[in-house]
Ligand binder design. Structure first.
Ligand code: NAP
Length: 243
């Protein structure tokens, strides 16, 4: 059976594993950031590979036939490593990149979390950019509602409440949350995906400002799980291993 590596950490990675398992030996790789990841179809490996070198060696050891990089749009380092390792090892690589959120001219779009911290308006912020990098907001005077899957650690805003939760979220639920905490501004990454889009619709409905962090640059790819599955099926039979 051909072996497919899915670089995971997203809903799309889970869906693709479900689509391919049985037809291929599917190994999904997770970084290990989430303490209790949701179950995945197929095999799972957890933890970094040890940079490009480590990944090249791992691809060789596991005789990987194709890589689908379905990591989060902001996991730029993993994507750069995967592109480099795939080229070095001669393993076909595809980026599965879900579309960003449908743009809204009312949003303030910034290039980084640092720019987001500088662009804050109002006193009460809903921060959904993940538990890492909270230090970027540590000097901000505003009050923060921080929603994350696991508890944050390290430097963080002085005035902060943490809400541990995992999507998908509903528009009604998000509107209630914005009202309950009297939120002035929502800060989010342009992650895309229906599981987290509800907060943007809720912000629009509640008149809450939005600061959107734009995606880092990366390789072009396909936007859907179906297209990624088609690519795997078309790619793996004709593959010639370099090792
Ligand atoms: P990153 O900065 O691009 O990656 C940092 C290092 O973590 C990589 O060099 C690699 O270590 C390891 N790594 C990342 N993803 C991996 C994977 N799927 N399997 C094995 N090792 C992985 O990544 P990040 O932004 O910290 O994100 C980590 C994971 O969380 C990703 O898998 C991503 O899909 C998921 N995620 C990220 C975000 C986000 O906003 N960044 C949001 C939701 C989910 P080595 O160099 O040792 O191989």
């Amino acid at each position: 059976m051909p072996v497919v590596l899915i670089l995971g950490g997203t809903t799309e990675a889970r869906e693709l594993a479900g689509e391919l398992v049985g037809e291929f030996r599917v190994i999904t790789s997770l970084a290990g950031r989430v303490r209790a990841p949701a179950p995945l179809p197929g095999e799972v490996r957890i933890g970094g590979f040890g940079g490009v070198e480590g990944l090249v060696a791992w691809l060789r050891d596991e005789q990987i036939d194709a890589i689908v990089d379905a990591t989060h749009p902001f996991a730029a380092q993993m994507t750069a490593h995967a592109v480099a390792a795939a080229e070095r090892a001669g393993v076909p690589y595809l980026r599965l990149d879900r579309p960003g959120f449908p743009p809204d001219p009312a949003w303030t779009v910034v290039a980084s979390l640092e720019e987001a911290a500088a662009a804050l308006t109002g006193d009460r912020v809903f921060l959904t950019t993940g538990r890492q990098n909270l230090r970027v907001f540590a000097e901000c005077p505003q009050w923060f509602l921080v929603r994350a899957v696991d508890p944050p650690s390290g430097p963080a805003p002085a005035r902060m409440q943490v809400l541990l939760d995992r999507g998908p979220f509903t528009v009604d639920g998000e509107r209630a949350l914005l009202r309950e905490h009297r939120i002035d501004v929502l800060v989010t990454k342009d992650s895309g995906g229906s599981a987290t889009e509800a907060k943007l619709e809720a912000a629009r409905a509640e008149g809450v400002a939005v600061v959107l962090v734009a995606r880092p640059p990366g390789p072009s790819g396909v936007p859907t799980v179906a297209e990624a599955a088609r690519w795997v099926r078309a790619t793996t039979p004709s593959r010639t291993k370099l090792w």
